[in-house]
Design a protein around this ligand. Structure first.
Ligand code: ATP
Ligand code: MG
Ligand code: MG
Length: 548
């Protein structure tokens, strides 16, 4: 086996362990904002944060980054915990940034006392005008040189609800000429009269991201704070706060976000798809959310494998959704039981098979799994096969059914097509076939060799099932990078619902079990399935379209 080379985060950790930087300790965190459901991009971050900690004997905290009261909800908190566990990870601690509000308030006062923060009464328009541009320095606010006492009193009044929203903010006093715009006296506290999902009405001032995230890392003693590239410009402020507050020196490292073809990944956009009814909910099987993928039939193993294969990039890129499909196919090929289902039926009558007779045949559950066992499938005179497995005028090398041509029925007999029965419009009604009696699979003495094997179901025994076939939710590779609104690029044919005929063993199908419908793809029971009406989702087709 070839030793996998370290990714750059692992390299940093190994260097830190070697130099004894954090006394050999590794503590990471996964910090979702509870304003939506987790998606496959979050899975990447989860696998990375939990993965490196596991690898180096460390731990990972789950921290809800819930400092923005307006958009957050406990429904999201529950779904996030469920998804992280489902992916196979256990956090050391469950924390909430909102639990640090008191501490963060004290931190803010410490900066004021050090002369490093001030209350600004400017409007947001005035502040924007004074901010300057990337090539021009900004202008100091007229409130910048308030005394420490005045700032302390005003900040306390802000906290006590004396001022209206938008009238006052607390700003860090750094450098209005910095080449990093985020260092030009960033706002660190704002007034917001909003009910918080955990702290209720206790606060009417809330810390900004840059005055909460690094501080939360530091409070928890996080050693390696891994985030995505858009936070690179924030790192200077992250370090400035930690240094000036004289608190535990957590360090921020950035990697490239995961972007997938034919997918949007921002929670804001996913929320729009849900709210505007383009999908049935956060767990619609077409959604790139963890809950959508789970309902679609993805396994945690496949998602983890995918995250491993894409590696940890330092530059933004667009990963083919075909790779994700490849990973689920790989896993299900090894683990899914094979069953027979006909999705687009044509009736076959086996004219020389006695009427009223039926027999039980045995078939293997999974040729990839020696311990997969066998099951029974009933066979009788009338069966369904796929329409596409019959051609009236077949090209050369078409090894399925055609007039006068023979094919094997999986785990059953060889049949020959004798007659095509049509209606007055020329539509095929049924095929009349004859079977070769001594050609039964496993005990075939017919001496006939046929090249094709097709699947089938016995009509008398088959169960009708609703089958949902999914296609990509978007028509273009990178919907977020197209002109206009991303919703103009929605694929209106992304869901096709059909009625299929499935073998009777599927009456016992259970949620969570994965099946390969022979020759048709991988399927699983949908949550809307009932004993009276089976509903299956197609996870993915069989054909690998992803070029390795
Ligand atoms: P979104 O843009 O979807 O709203 P976010 O970054 O605002 O994402 P958070 O809940 O703040 O969502 O994310 C939690 C963690 O997951 C963060 O560390 C974030 O960097 C990471 N993360 C989010 N999206 C991706 C992605 N596409 N690829 C990798 N990591 C991601
Ligand atoms: Mg975020
Ligand atoms: Mg976001």
């Amino acid at each position: 086996a070839t030793e996998k080379s370290l990714n750059f985060i692992e390299q940093i950790i190994e260097n830190d362990l070697e130099s004894g930087k954090y006394n050999g300790r590794v503590l990471t965190r996964f910090p979702p904002e509870p304003n939506g459901y987790l998606h496959i991009g979050h899975a990447k971050s989860i696998c990375l944060n939990f993965g490196v900690a596991q690898k180096y004997g460390g731990q990972t905290n789950l921290r809800f980054d819930d400092t923005n009261p307006a958009t957050e909800d406990t429904e999201y908190v529950e779904s996030i915990k469920n998804d992280v566990q489902w992916l196979g990870f256990n956090w050391a601690n469950e924390f909430y940034a909102s639990d640090y509000f008191d501490q963060l308030y004290e931190f803010a006062k410490k900066l004021i006392r050090k002369g490093l923060a001030y209350v600004d009464d400017s409007t947001s328009e005035e502040m924007a005008a004074m901010k300057g541009t990337p090539v021009e320095p900004g202008i100091n606010s007229p409130y910048r040189n308030r005394s420490i006492e005045e700032n302390m009193a005003l900040f306390e009044q802000m906290k006590n609800g004396a001022f209206a929203e938008g009238t006052h903010v607390l700003r860090a006093k750094i450098d209005m000429a910095s080449t990093n715009m985020l260092m030009r006296d960033p706002i660190i506290y704002r007034i917001k009269f909003a009910k918080h999902h955990r702290t209720g009405d206790k606060w009417c001032i809330y810390p900004m991201y840059d005055f909460a995230h690094g501080q939360s890392d530091s409070i928890e003693g996080i050693t390696h704070s891994i985030c995505t590239l858009e936070f690179v410009p924030h790192r200077e402020l992250y370090d400035w706060c930690i240094e000036n507050l004289e608190i535990f020196p957590s360090k921020q490292y950035e990697f490239a976000r995961l972007n997938l073809t034919y997918t949007v990944m921002s929670k804001r956009k996913l929320l729009q798809l849900v709210n505007e009814g383009h999908v049935s909910g956060w767990d619609d099987p077409r959604m790139p959310t963890i809950s959508g993928l789970r309902r679609r039939g993805y396994t945690p193993e496949a998602i983890r494998d995918f995250c491993e294969r894409i590696g940890v990039a330092k530059r933004d890129n667009l990963i083919s959704v075909g790779l994700l499909e490849f990973c689920i196919r790989e896993h299900l090929n090894k683990t899914a039981d094979r069953v027979m289902a006909v999705l687009d039926p044509v009736k076959v009558v086996i004219t020389n098979y006695p009427e009223g007779k039926s027999e039980i045949l045995t078939t293997e559950n999974n040729p990839e799994d020696p311990e997969g066992g066998t099951r029974n499938v009933p066979f009788s005179r009338e069966i369904y096969i796929e329409k596409e497995d019959f051609l009236e005028n077949p090209p050369k090398k078409y090894f399925r059914l055609a007039p006068g041509q023979m094919v094997r029925l999986k785990s059953a007999y060889i049949v020959r097509c004798d007659e095509v029965i049509k209606d007055e419009n020329g539509e095929i009604l049924e095929l009349h076939c004859s079977y070769i009696e001594n050609s039964k699979s496993g005990q075939d003495t017919s001496g006939i060799s046929v090249k094709g094997t097709i699947h089938w179901v016995s009509i008398a025994n088959a169960i009708e099932a609703e089958v949902r076939l999914y296609d990509r939710l978007f028509k273009v590779e990178d919907p977020s990078n197209e002109e206009g609104d991303f919703k103009e690029y929605i694929n209106n044919d992304s869901l096709e619902t059909i009625t299929a005929y499935v073998e009777p063993s599927l009456k016992e199908a259970t949620a969570g079990t994965k099946y390969q419908f022979l020759r048709k793809g991988y399927f699983c029971l949908d949550k809307e399935s009932t004993t009276n009406k089976l509903v299956f989702n197609r996870t993915v087709g069989l054909k690998d379209t992803w070029a390795k």
